[in-house]
Design a protein. Structure first.
Length: 103
Protein backbone atom coordinates (compact mmCIF):
# COMPACT_ATOMS: atom_id res chain seq x y z
CA UNK A 1 0.00 0.00 0.00
CA UNK A 2 1.42 3.38 -0.91
CA UNK A 3 0.44 6.90 -0.04
CA UNK A 4 -0.88 8.39 3.15
CA UNK A 5 -3.74 7.07 5.22
CA UNK A 6 -5.30 9.81 7.33
CA UNK A 7 -8.28 9.93 9.66
CA UNK A 8 -9.46 13.32 10.97
CA UNK A 9 -12.23 14.35 13.32
CA UNK A 10 -13.47 17.77 14.37
CA UNK A 11 -13.58 21.19 12.81
CA UNK A 12 -10.90 23.38 11.25
CA UNK A 13 -8.63 20.59 10.00
CA UNK A 14 -6.15 21.67 7.36
CA UNK A 15 -4.99 18.25 6.26
CA UNK A 16 -1.41 17.14 5.79
CA UNK A 17 1.24 19.73 5.16
CA UNK A 18 4.07 18.32 3.08
CA UNK A 19 7.28 20.02 2.13
CA UNK A 20 8.87 18.89 -1.09
CA UNK A 21 12.12 20.67 -0.38
CA UNK A 22 13.46 24.09 -1.14
CA UNK A 23 11.50 26.40 -3.41
CA UNK A 24 13.54 28.05 -6.20
CA UNK A 25 14.34 31.66 -5.29
CA UNK A 26 12.44 33.16 -8.25
CA UNK A 27 9.30 31.18 -7.40
CA UNK A 28 9.59 32.19 -3.75
CA UNK A 29 9.99 35.84 -4.79
CA UNK A 30 6.90 35.75 -7.00
CA UNK A 31 4.87 34.08 -4.22
CA UNK A 32 5.94 36.75 -1.75
CA UNK A 33 5.13 39.66 -4.05
CA UNK A 34 1.66 38.22 -4.81
CA UNK A 35 0.92 37.60 -1.14
CA UNK A 36 2.21 41.04 -0.11
CA UNK A 37 0.05 42.79 -2.70
CA UNK A 38 -3.00 40.89 -1.47
CA UNK A 39 -2.20 41.81 2.14
CA UNK A 40 -1.69 45.44 1.10
CA UNK A 41 -5.43 45.79 0.51
CA UNK A 42 -6.18 44.82 4.12
CA UNK A 43 -3.81 47.02 6.14
CA UNK A 44 -3.48 50.67 7.17
CA UNK A 45 -1.86 53.37 5.03
CA UNK A 46 1.38 53.30 7.03
CA UNK A 47 1.61 49.52 6.66
CA UNK A 48 0.93 49.86 2.91
CA UNK A 49 3.94 52.17 2.68
CA UNK A 50 6.15 49.50 4.27
CA UNK A 51 4.78 46.86 1.89
CA UNK A 52 5.21 49.15 -1.13
CA UNK A 53 8.83 49.90 -0.23
CA UNK A 54 9.62 46.24 0.34
CA UNK A 55 7.93 45.10 -2.88
CA UNK A 56 9.86 47.75 -4.84
CA UNK A 57 13.16 46.38 -3.51
CA UNK A 58 12.09 42.80 -4.26
CA UNK A 59 10.93 43.59 -7.80
CA UNK A 60 14.14 45.51 -8.55
CA UNK A 61 16.13 42.30 -8.21
CA UNK A 62 18.24 43.85 -5.47
CA UNK A 63 21.77 42.45 -5.40
CA UNK A 64 22.70 43.97 -2.02
CA UNK A 65 21.92 41.10 0.35
CA UNK A 66 21.58 43.46 3.31
CA UNK A 67 18.99 45.58 1.54
CA UNK A 68 17.11 42.48 0.39
CA UNK A 69 17.09 41.08 3.93
CA UNK A 70 15.80 44.41 5.35
CA UNK A 71 12.96 44.40 2.79
CA UNK A 72 12.05 40.83 3.76
CA UNK A 73 12.16 41.61 7.47
CA UNK A 74 10.01 44.71 6.95
CA UNK A 75 7.26 42.98 5.01
CA UNK A 76 7.38 39.98 7.37
CA UNK A 77 7.06 42.35 10.32
CA UNK A 78 3.86 43.84 8.94
CA UNK A 79 2.56 40.34 8.26
CA UNK A 80 3.34 39.20 11.79
CA UNK A 81 1.65 42.22 13.36
CA UNK A 82 -1.64 41.84 11.51
CA UNK A 83 -2.13 38.25 12.66
CA UNK A 84 -3.69 35.41 10.71
CA UNK A 85 -4.36 37.51 7.63
CA UNK A 86 -0.59 38.02 7.30
CA UNK A 87 0.29 34.32 7.52
CA UNK A 88 0.69 33.81 3.73
CA UNK A 89 3.15 36.73 3.56
CA UNK A 90 5.08 35.52 6.56
CA UNK A 91 5.39 32.02 5.10
CA UNK A 92 6.41 33.36 1.69
CA UNK A 93 9.04 35.64 3.25
CA UNK A 94 10.49 32.70 5.18
CA UNK A 95 10.63 30.59 2.01
CA UNK A 96 12.41 33.36 0.13
CA UNK A 97 14.91 33.86 2.95
CA UNK A 98 15.64 30.15 2.85
CA UNK A 99 15.87 30.01 -0.96
CA UNK A 100 18.13 33.07 -1.09
CA UNK A 101 20.37 31.78 1.71
CA UNK A 102 19.57 34.72 3.99
CA UNK A 103 18.91 32.71 7.16
Amino acid sequence: MSGDSVMQWGDHNIGIVKSEGAVPAQDALEQLVRAALQLRERVSASEREVIDGSVAVLRAGEQDRGRLRRALVSVAGVAALVGDVGAPVLGAAQRLMEAAGLR
